[in-house]
Design a protein around this ligand. Structure first.
Ligand code: AHR
Length: 497
């Protein structure tokens, strides 16, 4: 019989919070994320305000979106914001050369995005065009949004229907500047960054959070160069992009979104667990230059990246989303929570119809993916006090490889309720846990679980609830201890009060 895992919930540092911004999302002009996603087609009958799809807004409000990154991604370094303001019919069109060569009509621009953020109650996180734009163009965008003086930019904003400044404080200065954002060396980029950052002005009431375009995966040199060359007072955050590919390879097949076997189930989970080492590596470099941990590490692109759904445009990155992907989300978010001293933001790629989406649409229909349900479960951790956990996980072995079957994180909310998120990656074995919570006073435990019959189950427009949340009855109070039986291939969040 399997051994019981002994777990302890520690008191930790009462000042250390899990930033809500770890639960951020990402919306790029890519495939059907904006057009045919957030922004309804002209003939759509889906509930709308303007052309913003309100069924999507309502679903996202339920999981509390703390920030939304836009307009890209690679698209951001081709985007000229001024083409996306003013009367829609007069906006110039452009080709979206990164993603499918589609004709971008600029009908969804800055005002439309900020209205979406307003409806969602979320913080806008803009990415400025460094790759093919100018310092002046970025600086004008900031003035247009944040100033309240009678300058030409501000007069134009007012004429376009927004008298008050928008007060946008989150600014990414470029995206993947080592790749689609300009193929720069780290040394060259840091000089470019400092030039842009110098003209990224604070307007009254809106101090900027200037964000450095960070490393690709485990590229330590990029992080080291940014931390060495950019003064700490010029950077609020530094980013990291780390995707999970089932096959682990960018060339050839990335792996299947559905219909995979245990081999790709295992390799996906093994690859997703690398996030822990990658974050630790960058955090250690940052510690050398910033021992007080002032600069936030923002993993502003993460998620599972598979081959596209057969028959769809390869440039649209449309993929299904299975129970496996929910386990990836639960595991990755546990990793971020456990690194909350440095990771203070993250953005799943992407919110709607692209990569590891939380929402998929088909004409006027919409479905919630298994990954959506994980964000629903984990919202209790947003801005809660971090509680470190101590345990040693049993292995989940496949072939001659093994990974830890169990991962977890915990927090205490403002009302004193303790939440523990537990992920069991083993596809066939339940795990039993006995948890001590010294210093925590609690009487009851409740919980919810996400699991399904098969590792590759997913939700379709015909059967949208194959993978859905259910009440969890596998946790009991036994004396002072918490006894849990965690089902195979499941994500569980417990609440102790
Ligand atoms: O999220 C899709 C793409 O992945 C983004 O545009 C880019 O930044 C990354 O390479």
């Amino acid at each position: 019989t399997a051994q019981t895992v002994q777990m302890t919930v520690q008191a930790g540092d009462p000042k250390l919070q899990i930033s809500k911004h770890i639960y951020g999302h990402f919306a790029e002009h890519l495939g059907r994320c904006i057009y045919g996603g957030f922004w309804a087609d002209k003939d759509s009958k889906a509930p709308q305000q303007g052309r913003i799809r309100m069924d999507i807004v309502e679903a996202l409000k339920k999981i509390k979106v703390p920030n939304l990154r836009w307009p890209g991604g690679c698209f951001a370094d081709t985007y000229h914001w001024h083409d996306g303001v003013g009367p829609t019919a007069q906006r110039p069109k452009m080709l979206n050369l990164w993603w499918g060569n589609t004709l971008e009509d600029n009908s969804f621009g800055t005002h439309e995005f900020l209205e979406l953020c307003n409806l969602l109650g979320t913080e806008p996180y803009l990415a400025a065009n460094v790759g093919s734009g100018t310092v002046q163009e970025m600086s004008n965008w900031m003035e247009y949004l944040n100033s309240n003086e009678d300058t030409p930019m501000v007069l134009e904003r007012r004429a376009n229907g927004h008298p008050e400044p928008y007060k946008v404080s989150w600014w990414g200065i470029g995206n993947e500047s080592w790749g689609c954002g300009g193929n720069m060396t780290a040394e060259y980029y840091t000089d470019v960054y400092k030039r842009y950052a110098t003209f990224a002005h604070n307007y009254p009431g809106t101090p900027l959070k200037r964000i450095v375009s960070g490393a690709n995966g485990d590229d330590a040199h990029w992080t080291e160069t940014c931390m060495k060359n950019i003064p700490l007072n010029q950077m609020w955050g530094l980013t990291l992009h780390q995707y999970t590919l089932p096959t682990g390879s960018w060339s050839g097949s990335k792996g299947k979104a559905t219909g995979f076997g245990e081999d790709q189930y295992f390799s996906t989970l093994r690859n997703c667990l690398k996030m822990d080492a990658v974050v630790s590596k960058h955090a250690a470099i940052m510690d050398k230059y910033d021992k007080d941990k002032k600069v936030a590490l923002l993993v502003d692109e993460w998620g599972v990246w598979t081959d596209v759904e057969p028959g769809t445009n390869p440039g649209f990155l449309y993929q299904q989303n299975s129970l496996r992907d929910a386990l990836v989300a639960g595991t990755t978010l546990n990793i971020f929570n456990n690194h909350c001293d440095r990771v203070r933001g993250a953005n799943l790629a992407q919110a709607v119809n692209v990569l590891q989406a939380v929402i998929l649409t088909e004409k006027d229909k919409m479905l919630l993916t298994p990954t959506y349900h994980v964000f629903d479960l984990y919202q209790v951790h947003q801005d809660a006090q971090y509680l470190p956990l101590q345990f040693s996980s049993p292995d989940y072995a496949f072939g001659n490889e093994k990974i830890p079957a169990l991962n977890a994180s915990a927090s205490k909310d403002a009302k004193g309720a303790v939440h523990i998120s537990l992920v069991n990656l083993d596809p066939t074995k339940a795990l039993t846990l006995e948890t001590a919570l010294p210093g925590v006073t609690w009487k009851t435990v409740t919980g919810r679980v996400l699991t399904s019959a098969k590792i590759n189950d997913y939700n379709t427009f015909e059967k949208p609830n194959t993978v859905a949340l259910a009440a969890f009855n596998g946790a009991k109070k036994r004396g002072d201890k918490l006894a849990v039986t965690l089902p195979p291939k499941s994500v569980v969040v417990l609440e102790l009060k």
